[in-house]
Design a protein around this ligand. Sequence first.
Ligand code: HEC
Length: 273
Amino acid sequence: MNAPAISTAALALFALAGSATAQIGNSYCSANANSTGGPSVISATGSTDVALNDVTLSCTSLPLNAFGYFVTSQTQAFIPGPGGSSGNLCIGGSIGRYAGNIVSSGSTGAVSLTIDVTALPAPTGSYAALPGDTVNFQFWHRDATGGQVTSNFSPGLELSFDSAAPTFEQDVWPMLTQPNTNAPECIICHGSFGGLNMGTTAASAYAALVNVASTSFNCQGSIYVVPGDVQSSLLYDKLANPTPSCGSQMPFGGTFAGDVNVIRDWIAAGAAF
Ligand code: HEC
């Protein structure tokens, strides 16, 4: 009796490992029942990381052989029965249509569409989703109730796009302002005086580090952060190496409480703010 249980567990692990099938996004806004007797269901799989450009939209529980297309906007709304439809429009503002990608729900009552997140439709042409953008999607489809031709909508689906690459404000700055082991925060020693002075805000610290050369006696001429070049960046050298090219390893007298690999990845990915 144990053998089938083991293979089921192995299959479950295999399914978890397949990130391409990861569910993303949140459904919002209520849908009315279509001619199947219940509302349709919208979902998305793939990744919200814009760099991976991997999003597939799906809609299920649709009437069979119904034609329709996905619509999208950055604005959410609630407009019952637009243009005589039996459904609710859950997006507003600048609405883009995947009118060139009309799909049929076929014999399963389901549709899916792999979209290009670098070319989302909008009334004035297409645009690329950026990290921080929230984009909403809905499926519009034809339907017939009691011999009357009508249309209906799925619920809305909200996708919040992000980027896997660390950014200064979100990922690096919090590490420079947290206490270290046996040493205070970096900015206690580097926030108001001599040598490296990062000030007290993420913006002032970024301005003091990126493409800026040291003027200190020790490290004069070395650039704190060279975007895309980890090995030439003094900040990484002083954090990662027990014997850096100049002076002591940081934090002075203690151990870094942050993750030096995040600093490395941030620099390697171009040191974005
Ligand atoms: C207790 C005070 C103190 C703390 C905390 C501290 N530093 Fe320093 N830091 C110094 C001193 C003193 C120097 C100059 C001597 C040296 O380079 O070893 C320095 C030098 C540096 C330099 C080279 C500056 C230059 O232009 O020469 C960098 C980069 C640096 N620290 C980064 C950091 C980072 C990042 C942290 C937090 C992880 C940190 N430091 C925490 C005292 C500190």
